[in-house]
Design a protein around this ligand. Structure first.
Ligand SMILES: Cc1cc2nc3c(=O)[nH]c(=O)nc-3n(C[C@H](O)[C@H](O)[C@H](O)COP(=O)(O)OP(=O)(O)OC[C@H]3O[C@@H](n4cnc5c(N)ncnc54)[C@H](O)[C@@H]3O)c2cc1C
Length: 264
């Protein structure tokens, strides 16, 4: 049995945000972090490993520096790490990204008891499309927004978080679950894991490794295979500082400002 976790390295959006002239993110000039929801997805997989002894496989699609993140995930407890990387995959939108990740998961192989975990959403692209698209392409049942998961045999009971409440769903394995931060508290790396992760191999799945999968065609991956294009990207202008109105006549001052703007 395997738990396969898709993890994305994302720009640290709490720092400087930089763009290339074509409107895509200039990732090389920004600090990077592991996408927060994906750490909850990894924790869910590690809890499954604690309970069942299953193998935890982490997969990330991105440039070579994502290897460092994968080593950290091994130090947290993952057993196997795969970096999906190749020039042919560059410029992929969510359609093409999920196409490539689904092919990578196919290559790992999905058994009857396996579970694929994704984060709900990546903090840079913010679409929450990749997890559900992978499920569609692999013909797997999916449950999104998982806030609690219980496994009994080949069934998972998943508490799914909605805006105004919860939904309890039962799903059979193999399946795909997208995870939110309410699901768990991600564990830290441990000393043994940190030492051991440097001896583990990061497997590379490049274009040649995936090209025989029917999902991989030149017109379904990379910039050419992406049906969406970034038209423009920009940081919205900062709003001006607010004004504080103090004193007994604050209400009068506020009324006069609103009247001046013809709002009252
Ligand atoms: C025309 C165009 C060009 C683009 N060019 C580039 C580019 O050159 N380089 C680039 O990096 N981005 C590029 N992007 C952005 C890229 O499409 C998205 O970053 C990517 O498809 C993931 O979408 P998202 O961030 O909305 O993920 P979401 O759908 O919000 O992610 C949900 C979950 O899916 C999984 N996931 C998503 N992406 C990955 C991944 N890469 N590896 C493993 N798991 C993943 C994670 O578990 C994540 O939590 C481009 C987008 C467009 C439209």
């Amino acid at each position: 049995m395997k738990a396969i976790v898709c993890v994305k390295q994302v720009p640290d959006t709490s720092g400087k945000v930089a763009y290339k002239p074509d409107g895509t993110l200039d990732r090389a000039s920004m600090d990077v972090v592991t996408n927060p929801d994906d750490l909850n997805a990894l924790e869910a997989a590690l809890e499954l490993k604690d309970a069942t002894g299953c193998e935890v496989v982490v997969i990330s699609m991105g440039p070579a520096p994502a290897e460092g993140m994968l080593r950290e995930l091994l130090a947290r407890g993952a057993d196997r790490a795969i970096l999906v990387s190749g020039r042919e995959f560059g410029g992929s939108d969510t359609f093409a990204t999920s196409q490539i990740l689904a092919a990578a998961i196919n290559r790992v192989g999905i058994g009857l008891e396996d579970v694929v975990f994704c984060g709900r959403q990546a903090i840079d692209g913010d679409t929450a499309q990749v997890g559900p698209q992978i499920a569609e392409k692999l013909h797997l049942p999916q449950v999104s927004y998982a806030a609690a998961i219980k496994k009994e045999g080949n069934k998972l009971t998943v508490k799914r978080m909605l805006e105004d409440g919860f939904m309890m769903l039962s799903v059979e394995t193999p399946c795909l679950i997208t995870c939110i931060k309410e699901l768990n508290q991600p564990r830290y790396m441990n000393i043994k894991g940190i030492f051991e992760c440097f001896n583990k191999q990061i497997e590379i799945f490049d274009y040649d490794a995936l090209k025989d999968d029917p999902l991989i065609e030149t017109d379904t991956i990379g910039l050419k295979g992406s049906p969406t294009n970034v038209f423009k990207a920009f940081t919205p202008p900062q709003k001006g500082a607010g004004a504080m109105l103090n004193g007994d006549d604050a209400a009068v001052k506020l009324a006069s400002i609103l009247a001046e703007k013809h709002l009252i």
